[in-house]
Design a protein around this ligand. Sequence first.
Ligand SMILES: NC(=O)c1ccc[n+]([C@@H]2O[C@H](COP(=O)([O-])OP(=O)(O)OC[C@H]3O[C@@H](n4cnc5c(N)ncnc54)[C@H](OP(=O)(O)O)[C@@H]3O)[C@@H](O)[C@H]2O)c1
Length: 325
Amino acid sequence: MDEKKIIAVVGASGAQGGGVCRTVLKDVGGGFTVRAITRNAGSDKAKELEKLGAEVVEADIDDVESLKRAFQGAHGAFCVTFFWEHMSPEKELAGAQHMADAAKDAGVRHVIWSTLEDTRKWVPLDDNRMPTLLGKYKVPHFDAKGEADRLFSGSGVPTSCLLTSFYWENFIYFGMGPRRGEDGNLYLTLPIGDRKLPGIASEDIGKCAYAIFRNGGEFTGRTVGIAGGHLTGRRMAASLSKALGQEIRYNDVSPEAYRKLGFPGAEDLGNMFQFNRDFESVCCGARSLEFSRALNPSLQTFDEWLAVNGRRIPIEKALRRAAGE
Ligand SMILES: NC(=O)c1ccc[n+]([C@@H]2O[C@H](COP(=O)([O-])OP(=O)(O)OC[C@H]3O[C@@H](n4cnc5c(N)ncnc54)[C@H](OP(=O)(O)O)[C@@H]3O)[C@@H](O)[C@H]2O)c1
């Protein structure tokens, strides 16, 4: 008889949820199994998860009834929102509310809510060191997640709020990798001065989350943060240089210049990096490396991540406005 506890995973075909699914399914004797939630059970990624042993079900976080069905009978739920699909904090809040409501309706025992800081606690809207965006946010994709923490705690479902970190995969997929400047040199452009940025291999988020599910009660009602490294821009550039075999210089631009780069989300990310720069101790302090490693002993450092993934990092075209600052 199969008495494994089901963990329902939102975003199962993505970076965070995918890591949760693979970690749980790999631990065959661990007493847990996966219900992978996707909008398309026929996709290649969904089929891959099925092959690994997941039950695959369709649901959409915009549709609370679909989530109620998907969470039914689950012991745990890993909940994440998808800001960059729509760039609307209101939509993120609505999705979080749906997941909290569905978890309550289904009697889920433990939710992990993938969150980030509501930066307005440190930088109120009338603080002009960074612009207010979309009328009431400083860092929209952080603030809405932080604001949504209370939706989960208010639902009465035992919840762990998991503060994640900057994925190093952003250097591969998000256009944040090294770019050739107009002088022909390669630059890693980040507006963080000489401060440290907490970062992580996205797969490690799932490994840490699984440890939090396994330890259950110890982590419910708590906010915990994870990172695989706290690294300056100069240090990341040095590691990238070594891994890519080409000199990559750190291009320390101002947050103002970064916000003006013109790509979708540049203002939001400019404010995010400024928050990391100006509140380094808050951001790094909330994401202890020792704690993260205790949860996940195979936690990757940036250099270890680069040894495996470095060759996938593209050299992007010049960011003219940054280089011309
Ligand atoms: N990039 C970073 O450095 C970073 C760091 C910390 C936090 N974050 C946050 O991480 C979140 C995204 O997580 P991720 O990176 O794991 O996502 P992801 O890799 O982009 O994957 C998300 C998956 O979720 C599914 N999905 C999208 N919209 C959905 C919806 N309405 N209902 C149900 N499923 C949906 C999609 O799968 P299907 O098509 O199969 O449904 C997609 O494959 C964002 O909110 C971002 O702010 C990012």
